[in-house]
Design a protein around this ligand. Sequence first.
Ligand code: BG6
Length: 476
Amino acid sequence: MTDSSSAPTEDLAPHVLVLFGATGDLAARKLFPGLYRLAAQGRLPEQYAVIGSGRHSPGSDDDFRQQVREALQEGVDDLDDDVADALLERVSFCTSDADDGADLAAAVREAEDRLGGDDTSRVRRLVYLSVPPAVMTSMIAMLGREGLHERARLVVEKPFGLDLDSARELDAALKDVVEEEQVFRIDHFLGKEAAQNILALRFANGLFEPAWNRHHIESVQIDVPEDLGLEGRGSFYESTGALRDMISTHLAQLLGLVALEEARRFDADELRDAKSAVFAAMRPLDPARVVLGQFEGYRDDEDVADDSDVETFVALEAWIDNDRWRDVPFYLRTGKALAQGRRTITLRFRTPHTEIFNGSVACNELVLELTDDPRVHVDLQAKKPGPDMDLVKATMSLDFADDVDEGDPLEAYERLLLDVLRDDRTLFTRSDEVERIWEVCQPVLDAALEVHPYAQGSWGPQAALDLPSGGWYLGR
Ligand code: BG6
């Protein structure tokens, strides 16, 4: 695996970053703090400008900078005012919408003249589209009309369409305007250190890889419960729901990382080919093995319809029909307002046939906790101390924060913004992956499944608890 974080940033060309949705929640919570941290580490290009954009003006440039400063104060520990000032003096705002991007195009060209001097062609554009799915295609068309796609890398936020047809439309809109190599479909779970660590643990340790297959593993759980509710995102949720927000994106990508065949290199073609092969081998979901839920109180949100049937919870069984995983069920679960906020991958091993313990041993579980403080533990059987040969459950744990003190973890968006700047698509999803995942999910979208109510703070509907034989690792 390459240590790409050591790439010297002075090699980065001058950049104009255009952030659509710059006054939104994602920009405030993740994108500007991410840019700040990159600036603090000296990882941004020496010359750059950031132009925020959106339909509504936040006021003057100074008003916008003040808004960004407040977001930094909120989102960054130990804010260094000098770093913040240096970032903010490169920030401005220009309104635009899908019908009219003329002022924005002029602002971008003006910034390029400033940064590029005699040769503006060396200035790169990074265009970040943090806009709702409903306007994504018309925004992309606008970029094409205004010529903003030239020399640009386009970062597209999820969901990538809302079903197979709209995903294809989005893809066609992108291909009308840019080449696939210019598109960075961002799924921030791939930017998480803990998600990438799945590959390190698996392929760099002789302990795990030989057992990572259907001969040794009985089932896999990918569980991302959230204790948070809507957090003011009622209208977003009404237009997406948990299947599109979480399953077809984050959880599917985690499944891809867990299940892929070894790539020869950690690079954009190899890693994405390997994930793509997993999705190609997935069986379309069986609606009879999917449980949808909605937390009680969801409909009280002011942006949610009184009779909304949008799901805030999904649990499902998936299958990968290839030699490695045939007959091994993958259980995926996620939901809002659940008992805990966790990101847990559990590989449940087959129970060995033992004579010595009369066959009465429990199965081993390898548990990857993909929190910001990643941990791995293995549930084992050991001898219970005492005069008899009895077994007791024991746990072998690794806490990365304690055991791995070298290195410099990057927050997911920070890492992915850096990767766009250095033109590395390894951790971004490719159109064939996206299309195949929608094919896999489409039977559920077409099925109009019942949405079961569940109590806030619970583990979701009862039907979901019963989905995996042996229950879920969490909440059992
Ligand atoms: C986002 C989803 O992409 O990921 C949210 O839209 C979800 O609904 C969030 O809460 C979870 O991300 P993280 O990094 O906070 O676990």
